[in-house]
Design a protein around this ligand. Structure first.
Ligand code: NAD
Length: 369
């Protein structure tokens, strides 16, 4: 019997439509080669949705997402200047992304920081620092902390304006993401790097207490504790010391963008946002307004997000591996999008569409074999 899946497609803003157009081609190839069918359900989401429908996460889009088996989301948002045209509460993160995460409680954000040795020349780090490339799984808590805490602005009796933004977690939220971290560590090298700031933040003291409790269920896992500021340095100086990293929401937001830097481009950063019942998949980066519409965006992050969906939502690991292999094969042929092509580096620059063409051709061959 054919496996049939419904996928909500939220192409988003900026480079979103360009990279999404390449990513959805993977579903066509899979349908042609495997006993599986995908029904793609496009829906407006983000700044474009706001201008067209008055809401950045319209009710009709919520219904499409509710009805889907998984959600594929492109980046959303506008340049700082353009986003001022949208009321603060409807700007893409506050109006669309955070409500999407809350709606499906997608608490565990998997952000692979992966650069095989064959692609290590794309990293700005010296080859002696990353002789074997980079292979880290960063797990970011995604539905708590500062981003979801109570927010209040006001003026005190002396006329001094103030803002309060609360960093809140409860033990259920912390426990559930830490369990994911320990499970990942168990499935990989048995080491978990816990990134925190317990020398300053009570939320980190609390986090570390829960970690000690969860650790009791995983006695074979070695926990390495590192302050987030030190972790930021260590990621650059010696990323090879990390295998699985787990951290709260804002730390993960910032360190994962730093990770895009050590890979050579945010265009190499796919992600999976996993909830108990529904998950969504998105590039880690934003809508890249500086290059939108030029046909030069790197679709690896978006296509990689499809690979993560295949493995994590549809149990199609072999097919996911084929997608990774196809993309790495394109780089192996000496081709790359502009973000990774330096003049005189020996890399031939291709457009977003040409990169997609190459991936699709290789994927078809791999699935035929
Ligand atoms: P960004 O991540 O969009 O871009 C940072 C830099 O990385 C830019 O130079 C951009 O050209 C480059 N880049 C990113 N993705 C690329 C790709 N696939 N190929 C080649 N180059 C790529 O960050 P920003 O400019 O600070 O943010 C732009 C908008 O995106 C803002 O509105 C921001 O709020 C939003 N944003 C959305 C998400 C999301 O949808 N999950 C995440 C982060 C930022």
């Amino acid at each position: 019997m054919t496996n049939a899946y419904k996928i909500a497609i939220l192409e988003g803003d900026g480079i979103g439509p360009e990279i999404m157009a390449q990513a959805v081609r993977v579903f066509d190839v899979l349908q042609a080669h495997r006993d599986v069918s995908f029904e793609l359900l496009p829906a407006p989401f983000g700044a474009g949705a706001y201008f067209e429908h008055g809401k950045s996460f319209p009710d009709a889009t919520k219904a499409v997402c509710d009805d889907s088996d998984a959600i594929l989301k492109g980046p959303v948002g506008l340049s700082f200047e353009e986003s001022q045209k949208i009321p603060v509460e409807e700007q893409a993160e506050r109006g669309a992304i955070l409500p999407l995460r809350a709606r499906y409680n997608t608490f565990a954000n998997f952000r692979p920081i992966f650069l095989p040795a064959s692609m290590a020349h794309f990293s700005p780090l010296k080859r002696t620092v990353i002789p074997d490339g980079i292979d880290i799984m960063l797990i970011r808590e995604l539905v708590g902390g500062l981003y979801f805490g109570e927010k209040k602005r006001g003026v005190d009796a002396t006329g001094n304006r103030y803002v309060h933004e609360v960093l809140a977690y409860d033990e259920v939220q912390v426990r559930q993401v830490l369990k994911v971290g320990f499970e990942q560590a168990a499935a990989r090298k048995g080491v978990l790097h816990n990134i925190h700031k317990s020398n300053v933040l009570m939320s980190s003291v609390f986090w570390n207490e829960i970690l000690a409790e969860v650790h009791a269920d995983y006695p074979d896992i070695k926990v390495e504790n590192l302050l987030v500021d030190a972790a930021a340095t260590a990621l650059v100086l010696n990323p090879g010391q990390f295998d699985v990293m787990v951290m709260e929401n804002m730390f993960g937001d910032i360190l994962s963008d730093e990770a895009g830097g050590i890979l050579g481009s945010l265009g190499l950063m796919p992600s999976a946002c996993i909830g108990p019942e529904k998950s969504y998949y998105e590039p880690s980066h934003g809508s890249a307004p500086d290059i939108a519409g030029k046909g030069i965006a790197n679709p690896y992050s978006m296509i990689g997000s499809v690979a993560m969906m295949l493995e994590m939502s549809f149990n199609m690991k072999a097919e996911a591996d084929a997608v990774w292999q196809a993309m790495q094969g394109v780089f192996g042929d000496g081709l790359s999008t502009a973000d990774l092509s330096e003049p005189a580096s020996g890399v031939t620059m291709v457009s977003t569409v040409e990169f997609g063409d190459q991936v699709i051709a290789k994927l078809s061959t791999l699935l035929d074999a």
